[in-house]
Write a protein that binds this ligand. Structure first.
Ligand code: NAD
Ligand code: ZN
Length: 369
């Protein structure tokens, strides 16, 4: 671990040939945005897409920093919350962009959490057939996961992320100082994706998390830097090997089959993404005991870490099993109507299985309610 106090950022490279890019992680990066933007040789004009919570906190400072460096960017804001990851908001942004005089050299900065990143990424991918995208993630979830890897998109009432595009950013700037204003519940939600990265790919990191999770949730800068860096390294490695999810990349979806179905059933309100996938990971752990030989002890460790981090492990009783199965089948991960689940052989080793039956799911959902 090598967090630096001085603003020299940690750097993780996502290797994707001509689409390769850097993720920079550190303190005070927002005010230094121009230093990192300049080498990208983009145009001088762009837009910052953000949301109504993040705008008053960080958009002004970012505009000032850009202005001082000879760049100009107007701010476009959407209402905070998952409901803004919609075609309606994408359309609103598309209709505003022509009056901003953008051209093919212009850039889009996604300043905010995963909702802003996914929505702004989709808009950047589509407008003028693609504008340069810079991700400036401000939530833990976005810093450890959603800003990296190029999945962009919006939800439909029928399901999560059903409309979208693979579109890699030119740069990701993760300023860990921004986490200081993140509501605690959102911080925990992001921590769910951190646990996921350890569970699918790095048993040693998982053990570190079991020991140090309190320091992370207390925003100790060294611990946070380590976590953001390690998750980005894991995600970069997986995405570099399988950019468009024809194989390995699907392991990043641990907990997401059930999690996305729970989000859809909740109409994208009331349940945070990280909370939904926490429940999904606990279901996944139980399915893994049955179908992948995961030891009961390891399954318990996963659920214990989730619970100790203040995240939900139980699905609750308010939904009907049939509805959950139906929502899960509409998820992009289903293939020929068959559900696909990420299972764990052991902590740190995951694979995708289509051997899980409706009976298995019924059993697990009953136990996890
Ligand atoms: N593209 C991907 O690969 C990928 C991966 C994982 C998750 N996701 C998506 O990410 C989304 C969830 O992201 P999220 O949890 O960041 O949600 P979010 O964008 O809604 O942010 C969470 C909340 O925190 C606020 N916020 C963000 N940064 C803040 C800050 N620094 N200070 C104060 N408030 C702040 C936001 O306004 C929002 O209210 C989901 O839609 C999920 O599907 C995408
Ligand atoms: Zn996720």
């Amino acid at each position: 671990m090598s967090a630096k106090k001085t603003g020299v950022p940690e750097r993780v490279r996502v290797e994707l040939g001509e689409r390769s890019y850097d993720i920079l992680i550190g303190k005070g990066l927002l005010s230094q945005v121009v230093e990192y933007l300049r080498p990208l040789k983009l145009g001088k004009h762009g837009v910052i897409i953000t949301d109504t919570n993040v705008e008053p906190l960080y958009a002004g400072a970012m505009c000032d920093a850009l202005g001082k460096g000879g760049f100009a960017a107007e701010v476009l804001s959407v209402p905070a919350g998952e409901a803004s990851k919609s075609l309606r908001q994408a359309n609103r942004l598309f209709e505003k962009l022509p009056s901003h005089g953008l051209d093919r050299q212009s850039f889009v900065i996604a300043l905010g959490g995963g909702v802003v990143g996914d929505l702004a990424g989709f808009v950047a991918a589509s407008y003028l057939r693609g504008l340069a995208l810079v991700q400036v993630p401000t939530s833990l979830l976005a810093q450890v996961d959603s800003s990296v890897g190029g999945k962009t998109g919006v939800n439909l009432p029928q399901g999560k992320n059903l409309v979208g595009a693979f579109y890699q950013p030119k740069l990701v700037l993760a300023d860990i100082d921004t986490l200081g204003t993140l509501p605690e519940r959102e911080l925990r939600s992001g921590f769910a994706e951190v646990i996921k990265h350890g569970a699918i790919r790095d048993a040693e990191f998982f053990v570190w998390l079991e020991r140090e999770f309190k320091r992370v949730l207390a925003l100790d800068p060294k611990a946070v830097t380590h976590v953001v860096r390690r998750c980005c390294e894991i995600k970069a490695e997986v995405v570099s090997a399988d950019e468009r999810e024809s194989g390995l990349r699907a392991i990043l979806n641990l907990g997401h089959t059930v999690g996305h179905a729970m989000e859809t059933l909740s109409d994208y309100s009331g349940l945070l993404h990280g909370e939904a996938i926490s429940m999904g990971m606990c279901c996944g752990a139980r399915l893994s005991i049955k179908r992948a030989g995961l030891s009961k002890a390891d399954a318990q460790r996963l659920c214990d870490l989730i619970a100790a981090s203040g995240l939900p492990t139980r699905l609750g009783k308010t939904f009907k099993l049939g509805e959950l199965l139906e929502a899960a089948r509409l998820d992009k991960k289903a293939r020929d109507g068959k559900l696909r689940f990420v299972l764990l052989k052991r902590l740190g080793e995951a694979f995708v299985s289509d051997a899980v039956t409706d009976v298995d799911i019924r059993e697990v959902v009953d136990v996890c309610r």
